[in-house]
Write a new protein. Sequence first.
Length: 198
Amino acid sequence: MITTVNVQHLESLNDVVAEITGVQQRETVPDDVVRRAEQVELVDMTPQALRRRMAHGHIYPSVAIDTALGHYFREGNLTALRELALLWVADQVDEGLERYRREHGITGTWVARERVVVALTGGEYDLLLALLERANRVLTRDMLLDLLRGRQAGPFDRAIDVAVSRLRRKLEDDGRRAQLIKTVRGGGYVLAATVERI
């Protein structure tokens, strides 16, 4: 049997979802029911893409679209729900790996890096990619604006500064004391890291 479930209907996340969206889900599924599935696949979509599908009438009837987009399906809500889904699935993958190791008597530690899942908006992803592709090189605000927004940006556009600040908050423990994305006074920004692959 194949079925789908939205992250907001997982019982363990009910309170968190209500806090994010302001809506208490009445229909929930116990997490262990989903965990017992032979296979769980995450169907991931950016909030922007989901909102576009809604706006084009692919999800709700036209009379409900504006209300849905203005309330429950605001971009911030969708971003938070997306992060919850990614974290829930990452926990399941980790549990599966631990079970495999137990069943096969693997007691030693495997050489593996710690993995961190970070939910980024499309713009944050594009900014991070631009910085990764040019790691350890100073990129001026104008260069970043050209790379990310083309010639649409005005000469006093501060969107890059805001985007860098948001990205720092997501990637670094203390976004005010930047270690990864550094500000070069009078120069721009630099990703201070060794990039092995993208």
